[in-house]
Design a protein around this ligand. Sequence first.
Ligand SMILES: C[C@@](CO)(OP(=O)(O)O)[C@H](O)COP(=O)(O)OP(=O)(O)OC[C@H]1O[C@@H](n2ccc(N)nc2=O)[C@H](O)[C@@H]1O
Ligand SMILES: Nc1ncnc2c1ncn2[C@@H]1O[C@H](COP(=O)(O)OP(=O)(O)O)[C@@H](O)[C@H]1O
Length: 286
Amino acid sequence: MNSITLPAPAKLNLFLHIVGRRPDGYHELQTLFQFLDYGDDLTFTLTHDKPGVRLKESIPGVPDEDNLIVRAARAVLDRASGSIPGVTIEIEKRLPMGGGLGGGSSNAATTLLALNHLWKVGLGTDELADIGLELGADVPVFVRGHAAFGEGVGEQLTPVNPPEDWFVVLKPDCEINTGKIFSEEGLTRDTPRITIAPAFEGDASRYRNDCEDVVRRLYPEVNQSLEWLAQFGPARLTGTGACIFGRFPTESAARIIWESKPSGITGFVAKGVNTSPLHKKLTELE
Ligand SMILES: C[C@@](CO)(OP(=O)(O)O)[C@H](O)COP(=O)(O)OP(=O)(O)OC[C@H]1O[C@@H](n2ccc(N)nc2=O)[C@H](O)[C@@H]1O
Ligand SMILES: Nc1ncnc2c1ncn2[C@@H]1O[C@H](COP(=O)(O)OP(=O)(O)O)[C@@H](O)[C@H]1O
């Protein structure tokens, strides 16, 4: 097989608690990751005549050397041996960048799994998750492919099965830098740790996102969108934003709210899924 198209789904942080800070300044989190059946698509085409890793088209504003897809591909290549064909990677980008949906991390995880498979490198899931963690804290959950309670910086993962609800995801018109939010003085950093049984199937809506107050204060666009969406049920920030989400029991309930959104705001409707669409597709290909 010379070409393969695989999904790179979005994640939501159904809740995100900051429970402490490590000596290196990184924040210790407790978070609930669930995937969405919506995201980017990556097509990997082996080029037997041209070695190396290249993108068919660059992502505007992201130099290829910094692109997590290229960095993930090189990390797999470094661990491969023998004669390895080149690869051209085409990106169909749907996820807003810097939106808290983990698009870059998901792109990286899809690349790790795709090239491990296409190049027959034979790396195991634990090894791929470790390589992923060096690229970003959210990469391991996308590598493992199951909804999870995340601790540490989000790399200590316990698989869980929250309800697979429907979501309206809105992207307020602003860019939020993760580092800026984590360096804000007013951020809550002492939320008590909770325990979640591995069999957790409960309602995440009684927990919160500790970045939300700071983000609402700094970004009025996020505050307004949250106020609008909260009229219809619990609404929350994902990651450090800027995207927000509201949960609904059915697709039609979500679509009614989506259709009535204020003009000018972008986003999408998607289903929460506990098995990553990437892993579903890879299983079908086996
Ligand atoms: C907050 C989360 C929740 O899922 O998602 P996003 O909003 O990015 O999607 C992640 O933990 C994002 O992890 P990651 O993607 O590795 O963060 P980066 O953008 O590399 O972090 C930028 C900077 O934020 C700070 N940072 C990040 C993560 C963390 N747990 N503590 C921190 O203090 C660090 O100063 C870091 O240099
Ligand atoms: N393949 C990629 N897709 C998206 N962003 C990328 C990619 N590679 C590197 N980046 C960088 O990572 C940053 C965070 O992107 P992303 O993961 O989409 O958002 P978030 O971490 O907020 O969920 C982007 O602003 C961009 O500079």
